[in-house]
Design a protein around this ligand. Structure first.
Ligand SMILES: [Fe+2]
Length: 326
């Protein structure tokens, strides 16, 4: 079905974007200056304190480990062999020809299969319509390829079974529509960027570093294909209590510019210098990793093979079902 044909069904989205057109475009000079000030701020022999938290390796998803993750007592949960390599191979072989060649701007990641939640926010109504119109077809296609429940179905069902408040695909957005889950993202050596980042990955956060108590954004990844060497996940458990509020605020600002076209390499090598020693997890095919994605994290580069992961965010809020979206 073409986008034009869908427009009648998505009139609410078109109306929303028409009413919320943004006209701001003169912020670049201020931004460059702010970045330079931030880089200078951290120049001397500075190093952030770590929380010395760790991560748990579990045979199964379980409520206790999830509780520790959501209360920020641990940085990640690693469940090896969550999905059989056979299903992972089936998925890879079926979607390989449909994997997008489009890169995420200024990153080392190809968009892969499915559209990320950023598209929900435009910049045009068509981006948003594209996002919502792929939700059900792709979720069902992945289920059908898997010959039963898909990896992300399994995750959602098990979270619903074990988490007292349940788990669901979110519809908490301006359009009250169901989000996509199970975004398959691709990394391969010819997409890696920069010098520092080619080896050590792009350090970033997916939510506010300081977070708020009783809620937070976590990320799940199921690994469909992994390189034999490299591709490790690094997580920096920067302490929120031992580091000063000012330093954390400036780190947050620096991370906001982690992918900046002009300053990316400089910012990334500075981050590698000022962050404490990371937790490093090497995922294998079929593994599931849940992590606190408000902590700085990155994926190390690799020279051979591809790394395909099925990613879904998990938004936790006390007393509410876990909200899933990609
Ligand atoms: Fe991330």
């Amino acid at each position: 079905m073409s986008i034009m044909n869908l427009k009648n069904n998505y009139q609410d989205i078109i109306d929303f974007f028409n009413a919320n057109v943004s006209n701001e475009n003169n912020e670049n000079l201020d931004k460059d200056n702010e970045i330079k000030v931030l880089i200078n701020y951290f120049q001397e022999d500075f190093e952030f304190e770590s929380e010395d938290k760790s991560y748990e390796v579990c045979d199964f998803l379980n409520e206790d480990s999830l509780n520790r993750l959501f209360k920020n007592k641990i940085s990640a949960i690693h469940i090896p062999n969550y999905i059989s390599p056979n299903i992972c191979d089936k998925i890879y072989n079926n979607i390989e020809q449909d994997l997008s060649d489009e890169k995420w701007e200024n990153t080392d990641m190809f968009q892969g299969y499915g559209l990320p939640v950023n598209f929900m926010f435009g910049p045009t109504a068509n981006d948003c319509i594209n996002y919502f119109s792929q939700v059900i077809p792709i979720i069902r296609k992945l289920r059908s390829i898997s010959g039963g429940i898909s990896p992300v179905d399994k995750l959602r069902l098990e979270l619903d079974e074990i988490w007292p408040d349940g788990s669901k695909i979110t519809n908490s957005n301006s359009f009250k529509r169901k989000a996509f889950v199970g975004l398959t993202r691709l990394m391969k050596p010819d997409g890696l960027v920069g010098n520092e980042t080619k080896k050590n990955g792009l350090v970033h956060i997916d939510g506010p570093l300081k977070g708020t108590s009783g809620s937070g954004t976590y990320s799940s990844n199921i690994y469909i294909k992994t390189p034999s060497d490299g591709g490790e996940l690094c997580i920096w458990d920067v302490s929120l209590s031992s580091n000063s509020s000012e330093n954390l605020d400036n780190l947050q600002k620096l991370l906001n510019y982690a992918f900046d076209k002009n300053f990316r390499e400089e910012i990334q090598s500075l981050l590698q210098k000022i962050l404490p020693k990371p937790i490093v997890i090497k995922p294998e095919i079929g593994d599931l990793i849940l992590l606190n994605s408000c902590q700085p994290h990155a994926v190390k580069g690799f020279q051979n093979g591809v790394r395909l992961s099925m990613q879904t965010f998990i938004y936790f809020e006390n007393g509410k079902p876990l909200d899933l979206y990609s």
